[in-house]
Design a protein around this ligand. Structure first.
Ligand code: GCO
Ligand code: MG
Length: 409
């Protein structure tokens, strides 16, 4: 079998998604997600200009060899653009291999290690009462674990709450209403946030009791010293995890956090390779690894990462926000079902139009996902509908402190 065609499809059925479609001489097709929120077109160019020409004529079954040649052959390694492009190729080839085998992808990974995949959803509120309503809404949708984010008194806009909903707002025809040609500026004050968060968790525990698994995302905003203090202060609220407490590319900083708190830590959605995790895993500085299939070079390296993490009893928690397309999500769910050290899967849902553009075999029921039994990853792209909703520029916000200094967002 030979790869005869590879095309890159950009579509915005609510938000921008980049999809690679690989076709073989036998007419088998595979899909891969290459979406990099806010930098989508750079991955499109990387694929179209530099990767697609290398794929034509290759044997699609040689996934590992293709992966290694794209990673090592570029000479310039790692980074989100490169690794998103390689991820799309990797997943598309696994999709083809599993279709040819006539099996859902998880069967090629050793089969199911569990019956279904536990998820968590997003609850957001501008203030505590709005957050409590949002938690109720997620529970009504079936979620059994909830991430809680609120506005902070004195700040205008905070990560996770400016949209007020779990899903980016979209008009009926699928055009993002928050799409903008330039990033918006949000404000940030670490002191206010650190004083407010314990009150938020107190209110949520008072309302929903001790049993509901609660998560919180600090979104890379604290220093190790601040994270150590916050983690210790919120121990009594028994978080499932505190996510991205620091910009963790400074891996040794997590030693300080770990020395001071037993609050479980989850890190890694912006990481691209196993090397970003080396100290964190070797020294057991985290409890969950958070990389997305889409930003980590695909399911091939992510499976290796999970095996490495398992040697330290660290579990998986694949990044699954609404800016990972249903193609990337489907690949994640197959992996979640198969690996032993599965922890939890993030799933924040999609706009109705996104579900139409990407028709998928995976299902969400009772707070759990299942990849379905369709051969491959189980996603089909409606290319006509995708083309009717073209790319529209959209950027993540930028954070500034009161004096104008840029801060991590
Ligand atoms: C999460 C993430 C996302 C990111 C987003 C950036 O935990 O789901 O923090 O919400 O902010 O993926 O594009
Ligand atoms: Mg996060």
């Amino acid at each position: 079998m030979e790869i005869v065609d590879a095309t890159v499809i950009v579509s915005s059925p609510g938000r921008n998604f980049v999809t690679l479609k690989i076709t073989t001489d036998e007419g088998v097709t595979g899909l891969g997600d290459a979406t990099l929120n806010g930098r989508e077109l750079s991955v499109v160019s990387y694929l179209r200009d530099h990767v697609v020409p290398l794929l034509i004529g290759l044997d699609p079954h040689r996934i590992e060899d293709t992966w290694q040649s794209l990673y090592r052959g570029a000479y310039w390694r790692r980074g989100p653009v490169t690794m998103a492009a390689i991820a799309a190729v990797d997943v598309a080839l696994w999709d083809i291999k599993a279709k040819v085998a006539g099996l859902p992808l998880y069967q090629l990974f050793g089969g199911a290690s569990r019956d279904r995949v536990r998820t968590y959803g997003h609850a957001n509120g501008r203030d505590i009462p709005e957050l409590l309503d949002s938690v109720r809404a997620r529970l009504a949708e079936g979620y059994r674990s909830v991430r809680v984010q609120t506005g902070v008194p004195g700040l205008e806009t905070v990560y996770g709450v400016h949209a007020g909903t779990a899903i980016a707002p979209a008009t009926a025809d699928g055009v993002r209403v928050d799409a903008r040609a330039l990033p918006v500026v949000e404000d940030w004050d670490t002191g206010r946030y650190m004083r407010h968060l314990p009150r938020v968790l107190e209110a949520v525990r008072a309302e929903f009791g001790p049993d509901l698994p609660l998560l919180h995302d600090a979104h890379h905003r604290l220093t190790p010293q601040q994270a150590a203090r916050l983690g210790r202060e919120i121990e009594r609220y028994d978080l499932f995890w505190l996510e991205d407490c620091t910009p963790a590319e400074d891996q040794s900083g997590l030693r300080l956090v770990r020395q001071h708190t037993t609050t479980p830590l989850a890190i890694g959605e912006v990481f691209n390779t196993v090397f970003d995790y080396q100290t964190l895993i070797d020294e057991r500085l985290i409890d969950y690894v958070r990389s997305a299939v889409t930003h980590f070079g695909g399911v091939s390296p992510l499976r290796k990462l999970f095996d490495y993490a398992a040697t330290r009893q660290i579990k998986s928690a694949i990044h699954g926000p609404e800016d990972i397309s249903p193609v990337g999500m489907a690949a994640a769910i197959h992996l979640d079902l198969a690996i032993h050290n599965f922890g939890i899967q993030e799933y924040s849902g999609y706009t109705p139009l996104t579900h139409e553009v990407f028709r998928h075999a995976f299902t969400f029921d009772d707070g759990h996902l299942h990849p379905g039994e369709a051969p491959g990853i189980g996603v089909e792209l409606d290319e006509e509908l995708a083309a009717a909703h073209p790319y529209s520029p959209a950027y993540l916000p930028v954070n500034r402190l009161a004096d104008g200094t840029v801060h991590d967002w």
